[in-house]
Design a protein around this ligand. Sequence first.
Ligand SMILES: [Fe+2]
Ligand SMILES: [Fe+2]
Length: 164
Amino acid sequence: MWLEQALPELYVGYVNKYHGQLSPDIREYLMIFSREEIVHTMMFRRYLDVANLPMWSHPENIPNFSDFEKQLPHRHPVYGILWNLLIEWFAELNSIYQTQHEFIDPLTRKLFREHHMEEVRHIAFAKDIVSNYFENASSSEVDEVCEFFRNSYMSGPGRFRGFL
Ligand SMILES: [Fe+2]
Ligand SMILES: [Fe+2]
């Protein structure tokens, strides 16, 4: 849920910062995506209330959480979109695997399924954008992205802890 809440800020930031460089369809999609994540955030908050479940503490309280993420708004949008792709892909595989069983209550099952239908579109969009970037960017730009993720993202155990 904290991820869902952080994404609109990042994506709308890209829209404002790269306004002239983004094609109209990508710009519009980043806005639609942001709207959907805001709705998801509100939906999950209500779900926790209904289910009487506690909310995890805000990631700011978790050491090392934001060192990597803080760099993303200052980078080319493909960095944030790739970061989001890695997380959403993993998160959706996990959540759909865990929630679509007969013994899961109908509200939980339906909520995660409905959420999944929008998330698979987010994942497909991100895959498209990232593939396109990797096909068209110079080799030094591609190397820079790879290096950035290798050094910053994958290092350190428990990078995702408390986030998903
Ligand atoms: Fe979402
Ligand atoms: Fe999403």
